[in-house]
Design a protein around this ligand. Structure first.
Ligand SMILES: [Fe+2]
Length: 275
């Protein structure tokens, strides 16, 4: 096995592990690497949908997206498609997947099906480091506080993306989670808000809540907390959605990144109630 760290903050590219093997022994190796590096990348993994599902099930029960239709034959797999002429794609600013759910996603397994020759890299950011390095005064202000996360409604996930199809659910809802959560497996503290879904701090007036959240969001964008992955076909990223943020870069500019299809198969594993 060979492990290459992607940055000084998080992320490792792993060689010598076959993701077709969903045995408990292989999963144990993957999970302990995941807890250590927070996001793992594997290249040249020609795994089938069933093999991707089998590996995902080792992490726990699979989660269905509340708004978006999965693949016809595999409803737990969402096929994320950006058509060649589209300048936008899913997940294009920093976020944690479905943080508005009572139990936000634990782990995501994303496999590339078609990748543009350039553009559409994915970035990840380490929210344990973001918490550790946060200003002590802010830490004090958010101690024991919760924040409300909003699901934004179905349109946010389908309207601007040609190939992303809704499942008919139009309800919008929100849930409050601790701003600082403790990782259920490592015991580490994590800054668990994100600028995409987190709307306000419970118990504070709007002005103070906005001020604190904006300062935290700015802090979370620090590039030294991040790593970046350039996709190749049949690459797989597995990330811990509890301790990281991510975004798919939308650098599809005319004459360079624009003009290519980008297709990914996403499986989400259900998490727990953050505390
Ligand atoms: Fe995402």
């Amino acid at each position: 096995m060979e492990i290459n760290l992607l940055s000084g903050a998080l992320g490792a590219e792993v060689k010598g592990i076959d993701l077709k093997d969903s045995s408990i022994e292989n999963w144990n190796k993957i999970n302990s690497l995941l807890l250590e590096h927070k996001v793992l990348f594997f290249r040249d993994q020609k795994i089938s949908a069933e093999e991707q599902l089998n590996l995902a099930k080792r992490f726990g029960p699979l989660e269905k997206h509340i708004y978006v239709k999965g693949r016809k034959e595999y409803p737990e797999i969402i096929r994320i498609i950006k058509e060649p002429d589209e300048k936008r794609q899913w997940g294009e600013t920093w976020h944690t997947d479905v943080s508005y759910n009572p139990k936000p996603t634990k782990v995501i397994i994303l496999k590339s099906v078609e990748v543009p020759p350039v553009g559409g890299d994915t970035m990840f950011s380490n929210m344990e480091l973001a918490y550790e390095s946060l200003d002590e005064k802010i830490k004090d202000k958010i101690k024991d506080k919760k924040a409300v996360h909003s699901s934004l409604g179905a349109a946010a996930f389908t309207e601007s993306y040609k190939a992303m199809e809704g499942n008919g659910n139009l309800d919008e809802y929100s849930n409050a989670h601790p701003i600082v959560r403790t990782h259920p497996e490592t015991g580490k503290k994590i800054l668990f808000v994100n600028s995409m879904y987190t709307k306000r701090i419970v118990g504070l007036d709007k002005e103070e809540s906005d001020e604190i959240l904006n300062e935290i969001f700015r802090h979370q964008e620090r590039l030294d907390f991040t790593c970046r992955f350039k996709w190749t076909e049949n690459a797989v990223a597995i990330w811990d959605n509890r301790s990281t943020h991510h975004q798919g870069l939308t650098d599809f500019f005319p004459g360079r990144g624009l003009g290519h299809r980008r297709v990914m198969d996403r499986i989400a594993i259900e998490g727990d109630n953050p505390n």
